[in-house]
Design a protein around this ligand. Structure first.
Ligand code: PLP
Length: 405
């Protein structure tokens, strides 16, 4: 069987195999603790549920404009005003089937074959493959060891005459890092001066802790949205816990939004209208749901950090945002895939290998679940890895003795 060269170049997610193994174990009744999850646990906001049921009750579930329901676009325009202080026109906004589709279409709109797109490590797994899917070349810039923020000097070094765009995700999946203000300011200035598109993935922008904020790219350019190289993607998945509705959006110069709309018209026609009504409900309803989620997650972050501090030789940089931490496990095993497999088989804990995010030797731990899961998960990992931890443990109601050290 022949598949295309492009399809062959797109790798299977390294997390899929482990997730599948975990699913089978759970189905067999094993007490799995899942720290690999990329979504909050909360129920969808009531305003979103009411929005979608009101739409369903009309029975009018049809195609709508490719770039999104005008009323949802209006809500996004207001969101952009309130959260970024930017006034944009409907032509600057496209609604998509998730931030993922937004990012893919934005790349599709600006990248020519062999153009380079800079990706900052640690990075969200999908960026390099999305870039390859538009025949571009991902150029990874890594931070210095022990940091999650690459140096501006290294980014400058990575820029070539082929550089078309850079993707910036802060707060960052997988590290939980919030890039500092000076960093964002310098990067935006660099991109504006060189004509490089600055694609800002703001999907976690309000999930920031301890009174901090994530500096938004638009703050550091004097250009209006129409003339700026800043393109901002966002969505309802993470802030409202509405991952299954699949609604995201992009705000940017109208020429780019128009190109994205043309692309979208040929692949999905429009995002599902029931989901758009739900997203509109979320954006126009009580915003306390976001703050409540943020507080729960901040508390989880504290629980995780307290547990990780007792873990000999694992270095955990405290996350300032998202619901992920990326501890450095190299003292135990430099191969993150092998380590994640070991932890799943021995301790029934699911983690995500850092190699998937360009950070070998680290594991991504999600703290979107419950405090109890976090404490149990860390206790089990310590039992499996740390010779100083007690060598007996209960996994569910089964008592196990560590016999591999
Ligand atoms: N960007 C980042 C950094 C993410 O972590 C995710 C989801 O995990 C997305 C984008 C995708 O968001 P959506 O579910 O809206 O497609």
């Amino acid at each position: 069987m022949n598949i295309s060269r492009l399809a062959a170049a797109i790798k299977e997610s390294p997390t899929l195999a482990l997730n599948e193994e975990a699913r089978v174990l759970r189905q067999k009744g094993e007490p799995i603790v899942h720290l690999g999850i990329g979504e909050p646990k909360n129920k969808a906001p009531i305003s979103a549920i009411l929005g979608s049921t009101a739409r369903l009750n009309t029975g009018e579930i049809k195609y709508v404009p490719t770039d999104g329901l005008p009323s949802l676009k209006k809500a996004i325009i207001r969101y952009t005003e309130e959260n970024y202080g930017r006034y944009v026109a409907p032509e600057n906004v496209i609604v998509t089937t998730g931030a993922k589709q937004s990012l893919y279409e934005a790349l599709f709109a600006v990248v020519n074959p062999q153009d380079e797109v800079i990706v900052l490590a640690p990075y969200w797994v999908s960026y390099p493959d999305m870039i390859r899917m538009v025949y571009g070349i991902p150029v990874i810039v890594k931070p210095e060891d022990g940091s999650f923020v690459p140096r501006i000097e290294d980014i400058k070094q990575a820029i070539s005459s082929y550089t078309k765009a850079i993707i910036v995700n802060s707060p960052n999946n997988p590290s939980g890092a919030v890039y500092p203000e000076e960093f964002i300011a310098e990067l935006v200035a660099l991109c504006e001066s060189k004509g490089i598109y600055y694609i800002s993935d703001d999907i976690y922008h309000k999930l920031v802790f301890d009174g901090k904020t994530a500096p938004p790219a638009w703050k550091y350019t004097n250009q209006d949205v129409e003339n700026s190289h800043v393109i901002v993607t966002n969505g309802v998945a993470k802030l409202y816990g509405m991952t299954g509705y699949r609604i995201g959006w992009t705000v940017g110069p109208r020429r780019i939004i128009e190109a994205m709309t043309n692309i979208q018209s040929q692949i999905t026609s429009c995002p599902p209208v029931v989901s758009q009504s739900a997203a509109e409900g979320a954006l126009t309803g009580a915003q306390s749901v976001v703050e409540n989620l943020r507080l729960t997650i901040q508390n989880n972050r504290d629980v995780l950090m307290q547990a990780m501090r007792t873990f000999t030789d694992v270095i955990t940089i405290q996350p300032d945002g998202t619901f992920y931490a990326l501890p450095d496990f190299r003292a135990y095993n430099g191969n993150s895939y092998e380590l994640a497999k070991f932890l799943l088989r021995k301790a029934l804990v699911v983690t995500v290998p850092g190699v998937a995010f360009g950070m070998e030797g680290h594991l991504r731990l999600s703290f979107s679940g419950t405090a109890k899961e976090l404490n149990t998960g860390v206790e089990r990992m310590k039992w499996a890895l740390d010779p100083n931890a007690p060598n007996e443990i209960y996994l569910g109601d089964r008592k196990l003795i560590r016999d591999w050290m």
